[in-house]
Design a protein around this ligand. Structure first.
Ligand SMILES: Cc1cc2nc3c(=O)[nH]c(=O)nc-3n(C[C@H](O)[C@H](O)[C@H](O)COP(=O)(O)O)c2cc1C
Length: 189
């Protein structure tokens, strides 16, 4: 079973990346295959709403990293989206991934259905819940199954390295990883 995490922060080694690594580490220790995809900072093309994917299912007219990432999403059993909170919401990289991969999935009859989906966010102070909601809307409209943790999946962090100092945030990620493993094992038993 494979768990794919997407880091929507332009900081490759920032808090969102560290949060995702903490979750993936739990999954790896349980014997799952994992991959961390660095989306933040890549050149961005939004969905054009051309709907050409419906006549050519699974293929976007824009052939870039989001098309590549869509292939990885299809092959994964669980998808974790990670975004820092920017002005109370997610980064444009994650929004573009959701819009374009969401339509590509629809064009193929809903390939994300019943995969496991989880979102995490790094936030200095406020707006994190809205960021999580924005990502969870994607999972829910795709018919995905969303596990929880012991708090909402956020860490209170500003500068790189802050996540490790947020004891409750670290615990939340470890419990999230544990719940993802549990759920995947139940679904596939
Ligand atoms: C453009 C921008 C907007 C931000 N907006 C918010 C915000 O609305 N609320 C907040 O608490 N922190 C905000 N922050 C702080 C980030 O959420 C925080 O630094 C986070 O740890 C960044 O995660 P990263 O290390 O993964 O990049 C903002 C940071 C930037 C660069």
């Amino acid at each position: 079973m494979k768990v794919l995490a997407v880091n929507g922060s332009p900081r490759k080694n920032g808090n969102t990346a560290d949060m995702l690594k903490a979750v993936l580490d739990v999954c790896e220790k349980a014997g799952l295959e994992t991959e961390l995809y660095q989306a933040g900072g890549l050149p961005l093309r939004a969905c054009l709403a051309c709907e050409k994917c419906f006549s050519n299912p699974g293929k976007c007219v824009t052939q870039d990293w989001i098309q590549e990432l869509y292939g990885k999403m299809k092959a994964a059993d669980a998808l974790i989206l990670g975004s820092p909170t920017y002005y109370g919401d997610l980064t444009p990289e994650i929004k573009a991934v959701m819009d374009r991969c969401g339509y590509l999935s629809l064009s193929e009859g809903g390939v994300m259905k019943r995969k496991v989906g989880a979102a995490v966010t790094a936030v200095r102070r406020a707006g994190g819940l809205h960021t999580l909601d924005s990502m969870q809307h994607f999972f829910l409209i795709q018919g995905m199954i969303v596990p929880g943790s012991t708090y909402w999946n956020m860490s209170l962090s500003l500068e790189p390295g802050d996540f490790a100092k947020d004891e409750e945030g670290v615990g939340t990620m470890l419990n999230l990883g544990d719940n993802i493993v549990w759920l995947l094992q139940k679904i596939n038993s």
